[in-house]
Design a protein around this ligand. Structure first.
Ligand code: BG6
Length: 488
């Protein structure tokens, strides 16, 4: 009973959200380098010049390609939270030592593509970037961690966008596979577990509209699924011991009413958002209901015979997933103020759940429920690589950030995780999201804190970046030391 021996415990971060050093060590800009912070109510904004040379900004999720004549640009009077982020680029040794002190047996971060290939294949490999990650992974390994590394996480190099026009172009597949090949080859001595695309399903259309953007996203997604499969094949060729997982944004939702139409809407929501991508990566082919989705959006991606073969030969070895909050689905009309935000998905409020300041509904039982859905469907090793809560926090007068709400959140989720394992779920690891404070992906804020380690930096750039251990730091250390038994 309880967590199996060797269960992996650790934390999760990502290159663009933690590193800073945005224009150092030969790195080229990535899309989110052009973003400023939003707030509890507003997503992060991306800034550029429109075709008349006028400065404009929009929700960063709305921008994957710029219209003809527009240009990304930096403006001196704006503060870009990503540029310094938590300054992991310069302080990784200190941070990894803190992870070690907590007793981590694993940790997850991503590799910035723009550090390895700043200008794509044709620009050549940036050796300084290669050496940076080598030292990060080597240090982690020396500190007793078995790292799980993500190749691509929300940090598309702008140079590739300029060269190829982004993921609608299949040239991106070759770019990605080459980048992956370099990473597997260079780091295989330190990294045995890999994930290809973080939350690959995040670009899945959700509003049921036949818009150009939705159609484009289905093509992007197809190209990314093929790129992930090809990278997985390459990893296995380089070293058959490498394990390569997919990583799916976990959405758990409930029907608002027992109306059968609500029930099927909820199920389709799960099929569309989770299973469309996960089935393809875990089974090696698109699920039958893909036809319904392609019909709904009025597009069928072009799937070549080679794609089919690669999807089948490049199936994932394990399923990585994230889980933060749950949502509610309904076909009935609900009042505007019965809506709330969520992890990417706007959702209907659940009267049985509390939410954080950003409206994400806290639901530990939903975590167990989702794990069962995944386990039943794929019967494969599972790794929860993200679970956490965003809170507004500061250090107290005693210099310590007291964060009982975070401890409570993780305690309840770990309890449900333990139950799930005892009920048969094949989960082999857990990394909490943002084990150290970092930039929020959705709102670009530094004020939205996720860590067990406090980082002194706010949305406006005030702070000296010093680190301090929160109460949760000591709590999680105890959890790890007891292999999940001591949760008090
Ligand atoms: C996950 C992403 O979906 O949500 C992370 O993989 C992200 O990158 C996390 O940070 C929390 O979301 P946010 O918007 O609060 O940063």
């Amino acid at each position: 009973m309880g967590f199996p021996k060797g269960f992996l415990w650790g934390g999760s971060i990502s290159a663009a959200q933690i590193e800073g050093g945005w224009n150092e060590g030969g790195k080229s800009p990535v899309l989110v380098d052009y973003c400023t912070a939003g707030s509890t109510k507003e997503r992060r904004q991306i800034w550029y010049l429109d075709k008349d040379g006028k400065r404009v900004h929009r929700n960063w999720e709305a921008v994957d390609e710029l219209e003809e004549g527009c240009k990304f640009a930096f403006f001196d009077d704006l503060h870009y939270t990503n540029h310094v982020a938590s300054d992991f680029y310069h302080r990784y040794k200190e941070d990894l030592a803190l992870f070690k002190e907590m007793g981590y047996t694993t940790f997850n971060t991503s590799i910035s593509w723009a550090r390895i290939y700043p200008h794509g294949i044709k620009g050549g490999i940036n050796q300084e970037g290669v050496e940076f990650y080598r030292d990060v992974f080597k240090t982690a390994k020396e500190y007793g961690m078995d790292p799980v590394i993500t190749l691509y996480k929300y940090d598309e190099p702008v140079s590739l966008l300029e060269q190829h026009g982004g993921w609608r172009n299949r040239a991106m597949i070759d770019e990605f596979v080459e980048f992956a090949r370099v990473c597997f080859t260079e780091y295989k001595d330190y990294v045995n577990k890999w994930m290809t695309f973080n939350e690959i399903n995040i670009i899945m259309p959700r509003d049921g509209q036949k818009t150009e953007k939705n159609q484009r996203n289905l093509i992007y997604l197809h190209n990314q699924l093929v790129a992930a499969a090809r990278a997985t094949i390459v990893a296995h060729e380089i070293d058959s011991n490498l394990k390569v997982g997919c990583m799916i944004c976990g959405n758990m939702s409930y029907p608002l009413t027992p109306d059968p139409l609500d029930a099927i809407a909820r199920y389709e929501n799960f099929q569309d958002f989770f299973c469309y991508s996960a089935d393809t990566q875990m089974r090696g082919y698109y699920p039958p209901f893909a036809k319904r989705i392609w019909g709904k959006y009025g597009i069928t991606p072009e799937i070549t015979e080679q794609d089919k073969e690669d999807l089948m030969n490049g199936k994932s070895d394990f399923i990585g997933f994230s889980y933060y909050a749950s949502g509610v689905v309904t076909t009935h009309k609900v009042e505007e103020n019965d809506h709330t935000a969520g992890n990417v998905l706007g959702t209907v409020k659940n009267p049985y759940l509390k939410a954080n300041a950003w409206g994400w509904q806290i639901d530990p039982v939903g975590f167990r429920h989702l794990m069962h859905l995944i386990n039943d469907r794929y019967n494969a090793p599972m790794f929860d690589v993200e679970n956490g809560i965003g809170l507004i926090e500061t250090e107290g007068e005693d210099g310590i950030c007291h964060d009982p709400a975070r401890i409570e959140y993780h305690r309840e989720h770990i309890k449900e995780m333990k139950k799930a394992i005892e009920e048969g779920v094949n989960l082999f690891g857990y990394t909490t999201w943002g084990c150290i404070d970092l930039v929020s992906a959705g709102t670009g804020q530094m004020d939205k804190k996720y860590g067990f380690i406090y980082v002194d930096m706010d949305d406006q750039g005030n702070g000296d970046l010093h680190r301090s251990r929160k109460d949760s730091f000591y709590w999680y250390k105890k959890v790890i030391a007891s292999n999940g038994e001591d949760l008090d």
